[in-house]
Design a protein around this ligand. Structure first.
Ligand code: IVH
Length: 713
């Protein structure tokens, strides 16, 4: 049999001609059915399996042939044709549909105790078994519930949930959703069946939709759920067709096995999870996170796991739905008012909450930047109590128009640092005060400076400011820098406060007595700290450059500098200049290095031209810090030679080009998509389809930290 690709190539190369192109002939019928079959199959691969195998342009050409044929030979038109997804004219209003089986809502649980209580309630009620209840756990998709009725396998009606017993007829709109089969696949389906699920937008789809809205001068939607709701309720199906909606099936409603009406509402399988597989076989999208578990403990573990991974998903969810898996038990448990007893929604902690600001303080960072921090009335949000939120800089204060005593909305999504997303100006009290911009450093009282055009205010005292000194030493000893074990924040704060150290170099002249004299530090711990300092002296040039804490020189830039100059002397020779006239040439050399732009180059230039910093470098080297220099002609080991790597998601410390450069320098090829030939996937935050595909192919996945640890340090 010819492969689908070669037959598509043949179809595209051989359009129908003559009578066959405009009359009902055997040829035109055959071609029409073949086009329907191919387009539907590739549509399913693209929208349901997320695994397209033909280019979009080929798909578009097939579609064009189909539309031309339908135009020229209207007798051919079939309801199975993908062209029938967008059809009909705009409605004046939606008609109403009565659900043959009510669309219920779910009871909520907000913590583990409530989930245990749910499980024991069910066990107490059930007479059938005394073994643990098995559940099916699913993400609670944050979209809109839709029920789609299929009669003899063909999509007949689609309706919103409405009040649970009556909804709106949105058939024309639902038909435009590519992941909704117009005809069920296979043969094994009942005469009439309601498929229930959620219509939603992925983050990407939402972004695309809003980009279009903004380009057309329309208002952007606030969140994917509202955008999905707005799209489904368009009276003109052509509008809905333009929105990238997804339908994910999560259950089966009313069933009628045969015509005439007998065997009503029998179950097709023994368990809900088997039904999910049935739905996938019929051609529906089934969420990839759905998991059967053996008992409530496993269900709770699933809830915790998904809570942590929520921010990595490519769509919004607001909890987990836990369903008793066995239908016979569901039936025995029944319903209370509007919700089944056999299911519960575990709701994630709210990610937004309101609170008030009682002060705005300025915190001094390693590079002297003063960051405004809002001191909040403690508020429980995203599962933790939050009492501080950064305001980033002066521009952010202006943008939010925030004052002390204001009521604000705090957001804490996933493990991300809490932030103020909104000020409720309507609740501003008369007592509210504008935050004062500092005219001196709050830590050391030195002058502050703000470069025109920049949002950042800085303390000008450098390491003479104790706050800056503490932060720069914390950076120096950190794991990614010189990795001096045991030097926690409290120890460094004391060393600076007791005036035992004035720079990182002073760490190497500390005595055992000085260390043992610190709060809660026994003699043995002091000895350990001294050995850690000793061990840190053997390092790499990249780590050394990074540890110095030049503004905006992160691990990757430090690595680039080390690779380019190969020795500290070479770096100093290029960058340190006697006269200002030499500066442009130094900046030019630096900006020629991959990923060093003019601003970072300027930072590097001023750092190494500052005599205090050069003295620090000298003292550190005198203390014995050393590394092996690499000569220019030394062959780099091509440890990844012959391998293919793929990058996905957002990386926090490096950009893609930097990672690509490193991989290529190690001999790897960097590809754009995951296939069975991929050796490894680097998955940053919010990795989606590529990660899922790599998982399904059993391909090794590493996160950013693991990558840095293995190849950059
Ligand atoms: S099952 C009788 N499963 O949550 C059980 N619902 O409050 C009916 N939802 O409006 C629902 N994801 O649209 C179920 N995996 C899932 C779901 C889910 C989202 C929505 C559903 C309904 C609401 C229930």
């Amino acid at each position: 049999m010819a492969s689908p690709i070669s037959s598509i190539a043949q179809i595209l190369a051989n359009p129908l001609l003559g009578n066959d192109a405009c009359k009902l002939t055997l040829e035109s019928q055959e071609r029409y059915l073949l086009l329907i079959k191919l387009i539907n199959a590739h549509n399913h691969r693209y929208h349901v399996l997320d695994n397209p195998i033909i280019p979009d342009s080929d798909y578009d050409k097939l579609f064009r042939q189909l539309l031309d044929l339908e135009d020229n030979v209207p007798e051919l038109l079939s309801i199975e044709s993908p062209s029938q997804r967008v059809g009909g004219s705009a409605l004046v209003q939606f008609s109403s549909v009565t659900h043959k089986l009510a669309m219920l809502s779910l009871d909520n649980a907000f913590n583990d105790t409530e989930l245990f209580a749910f499980d024991s309630r069910l066990n107490d009620r059930l007479t059938q078994s005394n073994t643990a209840l098995a559940y099916c756990c699913e993400p609670k998709l944050d979209g809109l519930a839709v029920s789609i009725t299929y009669i003899d396998g063909f999509l007949d009606t689609a309706a919103t949930r409405g009040d649970g017993s009556q909804g709106e007829n949105i058939t024309a709109n639902v038909k435009t959703i590519n992941s909704v089969p117009l005809k069920l696949q296979g043969e094994n389906f009942p005469h009439r069946v309601e498929v229930r699920g959620e219509v939603y937008l992925s983050h990407n789809g939402f972004k695309k939709m809003n980009d279009v809205a903004l380009k057309n001068g329309d208002k952007a939607f606030v969140n994917p759920r509202n955008a999905a709701a707005g799209s489904l309720r368009q009276l003109d199906p052509k509008m809905t067709a333009a929105r990238p909606l997804i339908f994910s099936a999560y259950g089966i409603g009313y069933i009628e096995q045969q015509h005439p009406n007998n065997d009503q509402n029998v179950y097709l399988t023994e368990t809900h999870s088997q039904s999910m597989r049935q739905l996938a076989d019929w051609g529906f999208v089934i969420n990839a996170e759905i998991k059967s578990v053996l008992n409530i403990n496993e269900a709770i573990a699933y809830c915790h796991d998904l809570t942590h991974r929520r921010s990595e998903l490519t769509y919004d969810i607001d909890g987990v739905v836990i369903k008793v898996d066995k239908y016979s038990l569901q039936q025995e448990l029944g319903f209370v008012s509007r919700a089944p007893r056999w299911a519960i929604a575990y709701k994630f902690p709210a990610e937004e909450a309101s609170t008030t600001i009682h002060a705005i303080e300025w915190q001094v960072g390693r590079t002297g930047a003063l960051t405004p921090v809002a001191k909040l009335a403690p508020v429980f949000v995203g599962g933790v109590t939050v009492s501080n939120a950064t305001l980033h800089n002066v521009d952010e204060i202006t943008r939010l128009d925030v004052r002390v005593d204001d009521t604000v909305i705090i957001q804490r999504a996933g493990d991300v640092i809490p932030k103020i997303i909104n000020v409720v100006h309507a609740l501003r009290p008369l007592t509210s005060t504008l935050p004062e911009l500092p005219n001196a450093c709050p830590e050391c009282g030195s002058k502050v400076a703000r470069v025109t055009g920049e949002a950042v205010i800085r303390c000008t005292a450098g390491n003479n400011c104790s706050a800056q000194l503490k932060e720069s030493i914390k950076h120096f000893v950190s794991r990614k820098a010189l990795d001096v074990d045991g030097f926690g924040d409290k120890i460094i704060d004391q060393l600076v406060d007791h005036k035992l150290i004035f720079s990182a170099a002073d760490l190497y002249v500390l005595s055992k007595q000085q260390l043992a004299g610190l709060d809660r530090l026994a003699e043995k711990s002091a000895e350990n700290l001294l050995s850690a300092l000793e061990a840190s002296k053997k390092t790499t040039l990249a780590r050394f450059i990074y540890s110095l804490g030049t503004r905006e020189v992160g691990q990757a830039t430090a690595k680039s500098l080390a690779q380019n100059f190969r020795s500290l002397n070479a770096l100093l020779d290029t960058v340190v200049k006697i006269s200002l006239d030499d500066k442009p040439s130094a900046i030019e050399v630096l900006t020629n290095i991959n990923d060093i732009g003019p601003i970072v180059a300027e930072n590097i230039y001023s750092f190494y031209n500052n005599p205090q910093n050069r003295e620090l470098i000298n003292r550190l080297q005198t203390a014995g810090i050393s590394w092996e220099n690499h000569s220019a002609d030394e062959q780099k080991t091509q440890t990844l030679s012959g391998q293919t790597w793929v990058l996905t998601g957002t990386l926090s410390t490096m950009n893609r080009d930097q990672v690509k450069e490193i991989l290529e320098s190690l001999g790897a090829k960097v590809a754009g998509s995951v296939s069975k030939n991929t050796d490894c996937l680097i998955a940053g935050a919010a990795a989606g389809a590529k990660r899922a595909k790599a998982e399904s192919l059993g391909i090794k996945i590493v996160d950013e930290t693991a990558f840095i640890e293995r190849f950059i340090e």
